[in-house]
Ligand binder design. Sequence first.
Ligand SMILES: Cc1ncc(COP(=O)(O)O)c(C=O)c1O
Length: 372
Amino acid sequence: MRIPTFILERSQTLYENDVAINLTESGVHPAAISDILSEAELAELAALPLGYGYTDGTPSLRDAVAAWYPGAGSENVLIAHGSSEANLLTLMALAERGDHIIVVVPNFMQIDGLAHSLGIDVTQVALRPGDDWQPDIAALEAAIGPRTKLITLCDPNNPTGTTLTQSSRRALAELSDRTGVWLHVDEIYRGSEIDAVDAPTIYGMGKRVIVTGGLAKSFGCPGLRMGWMIGPQALVAECHRFQDYTSIGTGVVSQFIAERALREPVRGKLLSRGRHILAAGRQRVAKWLDGRDGWSWVVPQASGMAFLRYDMDVPSEAFVDGLRRAKGVFVCAGSWFGIEGHIRVGFGVDPHHLESGLAGIDDYLREERSFN
Ligand SMILES: Cc1ncc(COP(=O)(O)O)c(C=O)c1O
């Protein structure tokens, strides 16, 4: 089987543990198990039998996930090995070789690459940068053909950190209802809205809406490898059938911790910890940008990502490679998300780390002769 290189993930895998300053993360600085479990729960965990458990997720965990999505029940939830497995299962269940899907870019690009490897045709449709990265509904509709099975996008968006407006959500759900094309929204950054405490979801807005999510970003728990999909019961059952092949199911230790992370009051505590870190990081990047010629952004409303536009004539990958080699500062290239002329800087990290990384970018911009 041929598969295109998942350039974002491959680059992180190659360099993230060796660079001096890694600013390629998109979520919140990781939480610890002790932020989630009480002493009594830690003792309970120590006695947990390490069986397979429920392969689709323990009923109580599926309940806890459903409780975060108005209108959902545990029968609408499948627990997956990270949101990335949930994305894979969704694609496999909804499209096959010869079908067509629409990927809204810029995008995380997992589904784009997977679709190419599965012989599914992909059309990329761009968000509108001049409209705070909202979707172009007319362009989406024009891209729909007889074999189109799915439209997929991220909200809050990776890499821009912007969120859909309620009217964009309604328009997307209405398009899906009217055309019969499934709408998949990867909401893994839900809960990281920096200025608001509510975390909107598109779940329940249309008949063919399917949402994936997980604990890796706003909850700061990527090491749990805990994700889910949530949608109509028959589709959830079909994805579970596929999961028998992909991972059988997720680990009982992660499920135990995940359930406690999702139940109040811990859920609120983790999300507000995240918002606090993100607000400070975003402010630091705003200060860095203030008055700087040739750099701009659409202010991110959620997540730990600043998607910075620059006006130098240099490909984004050459920029980030040069920066990493010269200064040991590692950021993401816009091209990895399907768009040039941008870099993505993670600001959900330790403040000193962010400070040093931004100083490294300054030094690089000053010293690299071809930019001056
Ligand atoms: C939009 C999006 N979806 C999914 C993932 C992967 O999530 P997980 O770690 O839960 O597999 C990422 C990770 O960066 C992401 O940005």
